[in-house]
Design a protein around this ligand. Structure first.
Ligand SMILES: CC(C)(COP(=O)(O)OP(=O)(O)OC[C@H]1O[C@@H](n2cnc3c(N)ncnc32)[C@H](O)[C@@H]1OP(=O)(O)O)[C@@H](O)C(=O)NCCC(=O)NCCS
Length: 181
């Protein structure tokens, strides 16, 4: 992957053509035990759930929302390419996912993560894992760390937004001003 020193970051919706690259990025971290793996086929099927960070046509990160019951949604598969780490990509993705979750009427957003510090820097607070509904643990059955889980539960209570959907296409919106490029 090339350097992106002065490139503008674009946040856009995932596309089927991203599936292999996103799977490769996510599985890079999954092999280190920080995320659940995702296959290209799985991502292709759910590509509309993905937000992709891109600069100069190169994918720098991604993240997705998963809806649960009673106004609850999960931030999942959130990651930044190693070459772009600590330059605001993760925060930009998370901020946009928070906005999207608010617009969609979710009341609480949560993440299960081995990097609670990142989520805390982005306004989330830690809760006991058992404070979350049992339903969310279904994916854990496929996790190699099932009986030695080190993930922490982070939540953000969302401020209700207008029920009108944001008509601005994801591609056309400006990146977060907190980006460090
Ligand atoms: C966690 C991750 C998404 C952060 O992405 P990033 O683009 O490097 O993060 P940002 O540059 O946007 O950082 C935002 C803030 O979080 C802090 N932060 C980021 N990663 C951190 C870490 N590992 N530990 C402590 N703080 C961290 C940054 O210093 C920054 O703080 P600031 O408020 O002082 O500016 C990225 O490290 C990653 O992909 N990790 C592996 C996958 C993973 O664990 N994802 C989360 C599971 S859902």
């Amino acid at each position: 992957m090339r350097a992106f020193e002065s490139a503008a970051l674009i946040l856009r919706r995932g596309r089927p053509a991203d599936a292999v690259a996103l799977s490769s990025l996510i599985n890079h971290y999954a092999r280190q035990g920080g995320m659940l793996p995702r296959t290209p086929a799985d991502i292709r099927e759910h590509c509309g759930d993905f937000l992709v960070a891109e600069a100069n046509g190169e994918i720098l990160g991604c993240g997705a929302l998963k809806a649960y019951i009673r106004g609850l949604a999960e931030v999942r598969s959130l990651c930044t390419a190693p070459e772009a780490a600590r330059r605001g990509v993760g925060r930009a993705l998370l901020q946009r996912l928070v906005e999207e979750a608010s617009h969609r009427g979710f009341k609480t957003l949560f993440a299960l993560t081995v990097v609670p510090q990142f989520f805390a820097r982005c306004g989330f607070r830690e809760v006991h894992r058992l404070a979350l509904p049992l339903k969310i643990w279904r994916d854990c059955l496929h996790c190699p760390k099932l009986f030695r889980c080190d993930e922490r539960a982070m939540v953000l209570e969302l401020t209700p937004r207008s029920s009108q959907p944001d008509e601005t296409p994801a591609e056309a919106r400006q990146p977060s001003p907190s980006l460090r490029w």
